[in-house]
Design a protein around this ligand. Sequence first.
Ligand SMILES: Nc1ncnc2c1ncn2[C@@H]1O[C@H](COP(=O)(O)OP(=O)(O)OP(=O)(O)O)[C@@H](O)[C@H]1O
Ligand SMILES: [Mg+2]
Length: 328
Amino acid sequence: MTNKLNTQAEEALEAAAHMDPELIEELHEEVAGSAADPEAIEREQAQVAASEAAEAAKHEGQTPIIFLDDIKVTFKTRTGSIIHPNLVHAVRGLTLKLWPGETIGIVGESGCGKSTTANVMCGLQKPTSGRVFFKGKDVTNRTAADRRTIGRVISVVFQDPATALNARMTVHDQLMDPMIVHKVGTPQEREERVHDLIGMVGLPESALDALPSQLSGGQRQRVAIARALSLKPDAIIADEPTSALDVSVRAQILNLLMDLKKELNLAMVFISHDIQTVRYISDRIIVMNGGLAVEEGSATDIFNDPKDDYTKLLLGAAPSLLHPDLGE
Ligand SMILES: Nc1ncnc2c1ncn2[C@@H]1O[C@H](COP(=O)(O)OP(=O)(O)OP(=O)(O)O)[C@@H](O)[C@H]1O
Ligand SMILES: [Mg+2]
């Protein structure tokens, strides 16, 4: 899968190099059209500079766990010809830093590039351009050793716990698996860790003998979270971790994530299309629209004083994005 994605990104780059001038002009117009107002650009630049200065002061002496520097990801779709491929600009130039212990919320409607960003952060997707730093080290063209290190320090919790877990493995073996793969601890230490983990996510020891199919959706997501924690990561990337769950258990899983991040001083990237959920859990929020971060700020500022029209729209549409005004 990763190879396939990488090949796609490389093909897109190659296509860009041989693109015909008309298509390039079209793309330029598209970009220029989206940023026509010079005053708005100036305002935005001032806002970015101010928030960067505040951020740097707050985290003096620390190194970000992840630093995405002007990331762009372009996919070539199957439609279009080889000479004129149709390109999807999933991420159009995103810069962000994830600091130790901090929770960033990424919010935006379907297709705005949230999952693509998450995949770049955890090393599943190579950016078409831009650089990725991991604890200060440039891992844009990562080696196998880089990938292993990233895998130990960053874990991912996906939307659907059913696909994240192996249907034929008991909960015990699923929790053990990452430690065996990464050769962590002695057999006895691993066994102890498995028992700690199941307690940390609020499940009884008896759950260790169960297969995923014998658990409820909420319990499965708890197991997926326990598995994500097994290597004691510095950061967790949670991509819509509650969206596939029954409404009644969403709050429980959110509370669990909140408790764990405090208890373990975890950094977290929490991705959701629902701005209310993101507000609940995040220190800092990034609002994405069409592959760009249109607004960034503390959760309180974004809610009390949203600057961008799209953010206002999202807030107006809350609690549900199924709002008639959001239609295109
Ligand atoms: N492998 C791929 N090949 C081609 N296009 C892709 C690929 N992955 C994503 N895209 C496109 O990139 C854009 C961003 O997708 P992404 O999955 O990042 O959105 P998202 O914000 O996570 O959406 P959702 O809320 O629905 O999960 C979409 O237009 C999508 O169709
Ligand atoms: Mg997604």
